[in-house]
Structure formats: structure tokens, C-alpha cells
Design a protein around this ligand. Structure first.
Ligand SMILES: Nc1nc2c(ncn2[C@@H]2O[C@H](COP(=O)(O)OP(=O)(O)OP(=O)(O)O)[C@@H](O)[C@H]2O)c(=O)[nH]1
Ligand SMILES: [Zn+2]
Length: 359
């Protein structure tokens, strides 16, 4: 990226922006201030040595390029620098943050759906920037109410209107010199925002053709777009309903408001799932506690399923695992949670469908 030194020990360094068949589109680091506007792009192969040692090259990877053919625009990836982070879906290395885009209206802002995306984003361990588009559709007062509510959740949303160009500049600032993945449900204005930030990206907005091209039946194509102000941005096509694949014990840490409670005190049991255990500091009347319980049921159902698949003979595996855990298995059957369980089942089936189609 800009400002970095191109040659370390005489090596050419660059960032992989896209992978096409067996080729890697590598943007070389800029040579200096004067050359900043035209960082060279080379289509590279992967050195046999890397293939032999099984070294994959991912979008977002920082790589050493050898044998540049400047006229032909070709080169070879000779080495991959250690990754700072690695996302699986989308498969991108060295992502710094997730830009979560929702709309305040049209489609309406649904708290549960927002929670789901937030938790998915938090589970990556990356920074999360929440941006609420279409602010032109609601009053300043309604905006304030949303802001207050999400403030209690632990987030300071940035209200924008892509259509009216409101507050888009601060987003550009957030993205500078970083690799950002943009995510959010369908129709909130992600393509519109990307088009505004990167006029060259040319994503089709709200068109059937655009939807088809980015739809779930096409192969996932991951690509990093270069922002004029520096920084790289990736879209996440077909990321409408992220599946939560975290362990039940991890889940609580993806709620900032629960993290705050755990920072101030601790539960009696170290393996507390914060449901109905005695002396629990997490359980209480905070808005998203209901969401927590529902996601917890899903996470437990998923774990049970995984355990059964791993060991079909023993469906009691979870029960016999540990002292604290043998409590939550029968709880799945209680009336209180049954309604939630059934809904979770539907959702996990739906996610399953999406997953198999995506692959
Ligand atoms: N009122 C209003 N409408 C907007 C704004 N930004 C985008 N839209 C409209 O919202 C619709 C959806 O925008 P897209 O950019 O296609 O949304 P998307 O998030 O990319 O949707 P998918 O391609 O389905 O993921 C389009 O009709 C846009 O014109 C905004 O700030 N205000
Ligand atoms: Zn607890």
C-alpha cells in the first residue's frame, strides 16, 4: 500500500488483489511519492517451490514478487509474508476491519438481524465499524433514538446517506490504509456505497443483472478494490444470512454489553452459559439478552449436531463431558426454550442450504 517501501533487501513487495484460475493479480507497493497514482499491477504465477510446500496464496496476502516483466505485466509470486489475520468466508488475508452496512429504513432495521451480523463480525476478532445508510428516509429524532439504542448495545453507528452524499467522507477516512470487508443484508446500499467510494468499481446497483451476477448460484469471486484515498475494500456477495459457527462458551464475548458485565464481575461458575446458573453476572435485563439466549440455543444445537456427526454412537457426549455442562443438555427440552429451539432449527437448516449452494 501507499507509503510503504517497495524494495526490502532488493525484493519487490505487493498485495494480492484477486485470484483468477492459477494467476494472482498483485498490486506492487508504490515506488515513492511521485509514483503513487500508478502503482503497477502484475499478473503473477506461483513459484513451484510454493506449490511443493503447499503454501497457498490468498487475496490480501503480502507477497514477494520475482522476475517482473514490466512490459508484459507478468511476474511470479516467490514468497508469502506471515498473515496478520485470515478470514475464511470471504477468504481474505490481512483484513483489518469489517464495515457493517445496514439501512435505517427500506428495508427496515431489524434488531435481531443486526445482532446476527454484529456477532458474526465480532467473532472474527477484527474491528467493527457500523454504518447506517438511507438516513435521508428518517427524521433526526428517529435517528437519535436509534443511536441511543445502539449506544446501549455498545456501538456508535455512523449515519450516512449514499443517495445524498451525507457523511460519506468520514467512511473514506476510516478505510484509508486498511483492508476492509464490507458486509450487510441485501438492499441496504452496499453497492451504491462502493460505487460512490470507488467510481471505477462499477457495481450494478439494484439491478436484476447485478443481483444475478452476485447471486448465490455463481462461484464466489473475491476481489479487493483499491480506494482512491488508499486502502482496499472487498465486497461479500451473497452474505445475506451469516451462519454463526461459534462455540456456546465463546458467544457471550461477542456482545459488548455482556463483555462489560464480565469485566466488572464474574459468574460463580467458570463455564457459566449465563442462562439460569446461580450467581451469574451476565443474566439480566439488557435489551439483547434475549438475542443472546436465542443464539446460544443455536450454538448448542450446532455443537450437538457436530458431536453426533463425529461420534454417531454417543449422542450423550455433551452430557458426559463435564460437571457444569451436563446441566444444559436437558434444558433444551424445557418448555421455556422449545419455541426458540424450533426456530433455531429452521434457521440452521436455511443456513445449511445456503452453504451447500455456495460451495
Ligand atoms: N433513500 C435512499 N436510497 C438508497 C440510498 N442508498 C442506496 N439506496 C437505494 O437502495 C437500493 C439498494 O441499493 P444497492 O446498492 O443495490 O444495495 P446492496 O446492499 O448492494 O444490495 P444487494 O446487491 O442486494 O446486496 C437502490 O435502489 C438504491 O438506489 C440512500 O442513501 N437513500
Ligand atoms: Zn454467567
Amino acid at each position: 500500500m501507499k507509503g510503504e517501501i517497495t524494495a526490502t533487501n532488493g525484493q519487490l513487495l505487493g498485495t494480492v488483489l484477486a485470484v483468477q484460475a492459477n494467476f494472482y493479480r498483485v498490486q506492487l507497493d508504490t515506488l515513492g511519492v511521485d509514483n503513487e497514482l500508478h502503482s503497477p499491477m502484475l499478473l503473477c504465477t506461483r513459484r513451484t517451490r510454493l506449490k511443493k510446500i503447499g503454501q497457498q496464496v490468498m487475496v490480501g496476502d503480502r507477497v514477494v514478487v520475482e522476475e517482473p516483466d514490466w512490459l508484459g505485466g507478468r511476474g511470479a509470486v516467490a514468497d508469502v509474508l506471515p498473515r496478520r489475520s485470515q478470514l475464511d468466508r470471504p477468504a481474505i488475508a490481512n483484513v483489518n476491519q469489517i464495515l457493517l452496512v445496514f439501512a435505517v429504513a427500506d428495508p427496515p432495521l431489524e434488531p435481531f438481524q443486526l445482532s446476527r451480523f454484529l456477532i458474526k463480525a465480532e467473532s472474527t476478532g477484527l474491528d467493527v465499524v457500523l454504518c447506517l445508510n438511507k438516513s435521508d428516509l428518517i427524521s433526526p429524532q428517529a435517528q437519535q433514538e436509534i443511536s441511543d439504542r445502539l449506544g446501549v448495545w455498545g456501538y456508535q453507528p455512523l449515519f450516512i446517506s449514499v443517495q445524498q452524499g451525507l457523511n460519506v467522507q468520514p467512511i473514506g477516512d476510516y478505510l484509508q490504509q486498511k483492508i476492509t470487508v464490507i458486509a450487510g443484508p441485501s438492499g441496504v446500499g452496499k453497492s451504491s456505497l462502493i460505487n460512490l467510494l470507488i467510481p471505477d468499481a462499477n457495481l450494478r446497483v439494484g439491478e436484476v443483472s447485478g443481483k444475478l451476477a452476485r447471486g448465490r448460484h455463481t462461484t464466489r469471486h473475491v476481489e479487493l478494490f483499491e480506494l482512491p484515498s488508499g486502502g482496499l475494500l472487498a465486497d461479500t456477495p451473497g452474505f445475506n444470512q451469516p451462519d454463526l459457527d461459534c462455540d456456546p462458551e465463546e458467544l457471550v464475548h461477542y456482545f459488548p454489553e455482556a463483555r462489560a458485565r464480565l469485566a466488572e464481575g464474574s459468574c460463580r461458575f467458570t463455564d457459566c452459559l449465563h442462562r439460569d446458573e446461580p450467581d451469574c453476572v451476565v443474566r439480566g435485563d439488557w435489551e439483547r439478552y434475549e438475542h443472546y439466549l436465542e443464539f446460544l440455543e443455536q450454538a448448542i444445537a450446532r455443537q450437538t449436531l457436530l458431536n453426533q456427526q463425529a461420534d454417531p454412537e454417543s449422542s450423550l457426549k455433551l452430557k458426559t463431558k463435564g460437571k457444569g455442562e451436563n446441566k444444559y443438555e436437558p434444558k433444551l427440552e424445557t418448555k421455556k426454550y422449545r419455541r426458540v429451539s424450533r426456530r433455531s432449527q429452521v434457521q440452521s437448516v436455511r443456513n445449511w442450504d445456503e452453504e451447500s449452494e455456495d460451495e
